[in-house]
Design a protein around this ligand. Structure first.
Ligand SMILES: Nc1nc2c(ncn2[C@@H]2O[C@H](COP(=O)(O)OP(=O)(O)OP(=O)(O)O)[C@@H](O)[C@H]2O)c(=O)[nH]1
Ligand SMILES: [Mg+2]
Length: 312
């Protein structure tokens, strides 16, 4: 069985996370931290904490659960000093992210893993595929990309450019050809090359468009027919779309089972709290985060590092 050693050094990962989460830290979590620098905890503290967490996109339900839990512990005297409460909050946040166990991924598989990347228009699927391909390649994997977005003019060229940058082969079809046919060709090519991972880019689709969701099902059947060793679905979510992203995710989950999420554009928002809502409400593990437009602007997700970066 094959295992890839992660080559994203913890220092590099933490640096990416700190960069990507700098707005979230400045605008919200720094203020959360400041709440616990006061001498005592009052009703106002809890109210302000709730407001900050909700504003950071942690989600109303998740925020209430977190704050109630902490409040109970303070009321019963198990937590006393403000600094203890802050540390308890951080631990709760880490636990929330850890509670969703990672699924699949390229490790522990013999043969080919097919990762189908899905999401609504413009969330960053194509860019994320380039980032993941680059990362996996550095980690020692033999990677192939399938350009199954035949709908948008230029999508294939965009991937080809990334393919050239990263040195990862891109299998594509003619413009407007059947995406399922491209997927078929990409699988054949990936097998012929003895690839470990095939990443498939798909056209952005609104989760409300029935035909496009049917097209995903068709792609799915084509993959299954070729019997790769393993198959997974990665949803790309744009952090700047906030709670709306959760609605999209739920809809996608009705069509394909979701094995992981990549949260993109964390660098463009202060609402990094969305990660907690994703973990707790979708129960799908976060795999990667996107922290910029360059191919190296990403981090392999790690719960504690993520929470620390919000406070760093
Ligand atoms: N700042 C920032 N920009 C990003 C990130 N990820 C993607 N982008 C940008 O978002 C825009 C859309 O990215 P694409 O990768 O083309 O998105 P897509 O989901 O493939 O789009 P469609 O195929 O049209 O649905 C591009 O300008 C990317 O550079 C990120 O993590 N941070
Ligand atoms: Mg795209």
């Amino acid at each position: 069985m094959r295992f890839f050693r992660s080559r994203q050094e913890p220092e590099e990962r933490d640096e990416k996370l700190e960069e990507g989460l700098s707005a979230s830290r400045k605008v919200f979590f720094g203020q959360v931290s400041a709440l616990f620098e006061r001498e005592e905890i009052t009703d106002d503290t809890w109210e302000e904490l709730e407001e900050l967490l909700i504003a950071a996109d942690v989600g109303v339900e998740t925020t209430f659960t977190l704050v109630e839990g902490l409040r109970d512990r303070v009321d019963s005297g198990t937590l006393r000093r403000p600094s203890e409460v802050r540390e308890a909050l951080k631990s709760e946040l880490v636990l929330m992210l850890e509670a969703v166990a990672p699924r699949r991924g390229p490790n522990g598989i013999d043969g080919l893993l097919v990762t189908l990347v899905v999401g609504v228009n413009g969330v960053g699927k194509t860019t994320s595929i380039a980032k993941i391909a680059n990362r996996l390649k550095l980690n020692g994997a033999n990677v192939v990309i399938g350009a199954a977005d035949t709908f948008r003019a230029g999508a294939t060229d965009q991937l080809q450019v990334w393919g050239d940058v990263t040195g990862v082969p891109v299998i594509s079809g003619a413009p407007n050809s059947d995406p399922a046919a491209v997927v078929h060709d990409a699988l054949t090519a990936a097998k012929a090359r003895g690839a470990d991972v095939l990443l498939i880019d798909t056209a952005g689709r609104l989760h409300t468009k029935y035909n496009l969701m049917e097209e995903l099902r068709k792609i799915e059947r084509v993959v299954q027919r070729q019997k790769p060793s393993a198959q997974e679905h990665l949803l790309v979510l744009d952090a700047t779309t906030g709670q709306n992203g959760l609605t999209q995710a739920r809809k996608f989950a009705e069509t394909v089972s979701l094995d992981g999420v990549m949260i993109t554009k964390l660098d463009g928002t202060a609402k990094g709290g969305i990660a907690f809502a994703v973990a707790r409400e979708l129960k799908v593990p976060i795999r990667y985060v996107g922290t910029g437009e360059r191919v190296t602007d990403m981090a392999e997700f790690e719960p504690r590092a993520f929470v620390e970066a919000l406070w760093a």
